[in-house]
Design a protein. Structure first.
Ligand SMILES: *Cc1c(COP(=O)(O)O)cnc(C)c1O
Length: 400
């Protein structure tokens, strides 16, 4: 443990995170190293961000080249890598247009503004309400926080932003009943991420799409965690045989570089005109160059998406086997591709800690759901090693 750095971290940083007592300095592929030289196998992947692993050579070279050429100019001028990234995302999605920002919460804020503006342009000025799901997570800025259907995260920050309501996820009747003449959009994660890796039933999104069409509502899919190959398709909506009107992206998009995006159909995107929205850093050359190299690498030959699906299934089967062996510890295994969750009968924190002592980084969300979002380059032997450690920890009850 690097006591001096940890003390300084505590002294100088606001304590918004209860971070593990580890200072990470270096990473390559699936591995990271702390300042005191300990090696870890990383199944957190920067919370579903490092989709190509740490310091992937193509991302590093793209960043180096771009840093030497041009780092920032603002959106008062056109930016080559931003145009390339927009084209790449549009060519591989339902969308016609992109807007770039710097984070997930910012993408959500922009999507909320776009949905409200669209409703005012095309329907009724009184149509501004957005329905989201209990247990959802959409970010920490005020409107994104309000959209987040978790009361415990709202606490202490009211008054929140008007115009949001919530329904249970994966309950189409509740959603139907919540629609009013003021509703302009439905905002949903394809799979709840922070909410404990909850996968909806196969036909849920088709029914949501149908409700949206019949009530002239926009469907916004928050793909900040599920997007960019995480679930085995470039975007998770593809699994559910629907097309949304807007999606938000961030996490995996830049392969580690900070970037967020809103993608939309042309008719919707047209509600943003000069003056409607903006961002000084959004779509900057550096982040966009990293994102172009990331998305290109993921799409090449479809190899990575295919292997994400295959390895994801392998991983899930191994977790299912653990569940069978430890029925009093494990309630359920959930997820798609390499976005997997294992719900425990007890708090997950101690298991996360026991894993990190043994050189494995995993995460726990919703209190008792172990979350696995490793880089998409993870291989079977690495999964086997983690499973062995989890098995040993459960077997010997080392987390107690
Ligand atoms: C992480 C996340 C966000 C927030 O992204 P930030 O970059 O932390 O602002 C929003 N929605 C979902 C689904 C997320 O997983």
């Amino acid at each position: 443990m690097d006591k001096k750095l940890l003390d300084e971290s505590k002294k100088y940083l606001m304590s918004t995170y209860s971070s593990a007592p580890i200072v990470l300095r270096k990473g390559r592929g699936m591995k990271v190293w702390s300042t005191d030289g300990k090696e870890y196998l990383d199944f957190v992947g920067g919370i579903a961000v490092n989709c190509l692993g740490h310091c992937h050579p193509r991302v590093v070279i793209a960043l180096q080249k771009q840093a030497q050429r041009l780092i920032h100019v603002s959106n008062l001028y056109h930016i080559e890598p931003q145009i390339a990234l927009a084209k790449l995302l549009v060519d591989h999605s339902f969308a016609d247009k992109a807007f770039f920002c710097n984070s997930g919460a910012e993408a959500i804020e922009g999507a909320i503004k776009l949905a409200r503006k669209y409703a005012k342009d095309h329907h009724d000025p009184e149509k501004y309400e957005i329905i989201s799901a209990y247990g959802s997570f959409h970010g920490r800025t005020l409107a994104a926080l309000t959209a987040t259907g978790q009361e415990r995260l709202h606490k202490g920050f009211d008054p929140l932003v008007p115009g949001f309501s919530y329904v249970p996820f994966n309950d189409i009747n509740a959603l139907q009943n919540a629609i009013t003449s003021r509703t302009c959009a439905i905002l949903l994660e394809p799979i709840l991420g922070e909410g404990g890796i909850r996968v909806p039933s196969d036909d849920y999104f088709m029914k949501v799409r149908d409700l949206c069409d019949r009530n002239k509502l926009l469907l916004i899919c928050d793909e900040i965690q599920t997007g960019i190959g995480r679930t085995g398709k470039l975007f998770a909506y593809e699994h559910f045989k629907i097309e949304p009107d807007i999606i938000t992206l961030a996490k995996g998009l830049g392969g580690g570089a900070p970037i967020g995006a809103i993608l939309a159909k042309e008719t919707v995107a047209d509600s943003f005109q000069p003056g409607s929205h903006g961002s000084t850093f959004g779509g900057n050359p550096l982040s966009c160059a990293a994102a172009v190299s990331t998305v290109e690498t993921i799409l090449e030959d479809g190899f990575m998406l295919e292997s994400c699906r295959r390895i994801g299934l392998y991983f899930k089967e191994k977790l299912e086997k653990l569940k069978k062996d430890f029925p009093s510890d494990i309630i359920e295994v959930r997820g798609m591709g390499l976005m997997l969750g294992m719900e425990l009968t007890k708090a997950g924190g101690p298991i996360v800690e026991a894993c990190s002592k043994r050189g494995f980084l995993i995460n726990c969300t919703s209190g008792n759901v172990l979350r696995f979002t490793p880089p998409l380059i993870v291989v079977e032997q690495e999964i086997d090693r983690l499973i062995d450690v989890l098995e040993d920890i459960l077997e010997r009850q080392l987390y107690k």
